[in-house]
Design a protein around this ligand. Structure first.
Ligand SMILES: Nc1ncnc2c1ncn2[C@@H]1O[C@H](COP(=O)(O)OP(=O)(O)OP(=O)(O)O)[C@@H](O)[C@H]1O
Ligand SMILES: [Mg+2]
Length: 302
């Protein structure tokens, strides 16, 4: 049984159709990444799964429950880090954590929550005095208070400094190694690439593509070989299936078969004693694929 099962999910806010027929499954123990532009419908879907919003139509199952029923038995098994949170501003960090731990039958110890999120030194600080990134770390600690089986993270590392982001990634990896299921919404492609077993790209309320990040990034993709054009030498013919052009950054050869193309290129250079300055070989990243996919969706009138 999947941890999350969604079929033909729809949600309208008055005349706005925010979610337009979405299907996906999240397996137990998986990190599932949800990517999409502002207003794509991510938070709407996450909050329907968490039981904070009601769906307009479709089927939703979370750990075998319908979240719309608001059952305590489900709430105790899930943890949430909302995109926007309103933690009690005048309480101390340690007090807020103790308060939240009190809501759950088997909470994680407060010391552990502080250690996991690097907030030990802020235990006695009043919440309103925390920096933006520290507030977000507290949100993460609160999401973990009930030691959830399934954790929803809606843009958990927004506002984190680079070190804190890496630390948060380690937290997610640790949770995954404990067998927890994680539903992660993010605008950071490197975060999705680093953490997610599978990602779904959503735009205008529809899923555009879904799969392991490396597979998505590899989708129909040509490898790019770049170098600075050597002065006074005509460019080589790298064979059929290699598209050689020149742009503002230099020569770019695009091919789905980089091995023979590189062989031809370096052979040509060695033969003539030509140095290929700035030689790089790159494959499109998840970010490149994301930009292309969501641009397509934007121009197809959505
Ligand atoms: N409570 C609401 N009432 C009316 N419209 C809403 C409400 N919540 C969301 N919407 C609309 O639904 C659409 C999807 O919003 P949602 O917050 O789900 O997007 P998102 O993918 O999470 O975006 P972001 O990346 O900016 O967080 C938007 O057009 C938004 O304006
Ligand atoms: Mg959102």
């Amino acid at each position: 049984m999947p941890a999350i099962r969604v079929r033909d999910l729809r949600k309208s806010y008055g005349a706005i159709e925010a979610v337009r027929g979405v299907d996906f499954d999240v397996s137990e123990g998986e990190v599932f990444g949800f990517l999409g532009p502002n207003g794509a419908g991510k938070t709407t879907i996450v909050e329907i799964l968490e039981g904070y919003r009601q769906r307009s139509a479709g089927e939703v199952e979370v750990l075998g429950h319908d979240p719309a029923k608001g059952e305590r038995a489900l709430r105790e098994r899930i943890g949430t880090v909302l995109q926007e949170t309103g933690v009690e501003r005048f309480l101390r960090v340690g007090e807020v954590l103790e308060l939240y731990c009190g809501y759950y039958p088997r909470p994680r110890p407060v010391d552990e929550l502080l250690a996991i999120t690097g907030l030990e030194a802020k235990r006695n600080e009043v919440v309103k005095n925390l920096s933006g990134g520290q507030r977000r770390r507290l949100d993460l600690a609160l999401g973990l208070a009930g030691d959830p089986e399934l954790l929803f993270l809606d843009e958990p590392t927004t506002g984190f400094d680079p070190t804190a982001r890496r630390e948060a990634w380690d937290v997610v990896r640790n949770l995954r190694s404990l067998g927890k299921t994680i539903f992660l919404t993010t605008h950071y492609m490197d975060e999705a690439q680093a953490l997610a077993d599978r990602v779904a790209v959503i735009a205008a309320g529809r899923i555009l593509a879904e799969g392991p990040p490396d597979e998505l990034a590899g989708r129909d993709a040509a490898t790019e070989i770049r170098f600075t054009p050597p002065a006074g030498v005509a460019l080589p013919d790298l064979g059929a299936g290699v598209d050689v052009t020149v742009d503002e950054r230099g020569v770019v050869a695009r091919t789905k078969e980089p091995t023979p193309a590189l062989h031809a290129l370096t052979g040509w250079a060695l033969e003539r004693g030509v140095i290929l300055e700035g030689l790089t070989v790159t494959h499109p990243t998840l970010e490149d694929v994301y930009i292309a996919l969501t641009a397509e969706a934007a121009t197809s009138g959505e």
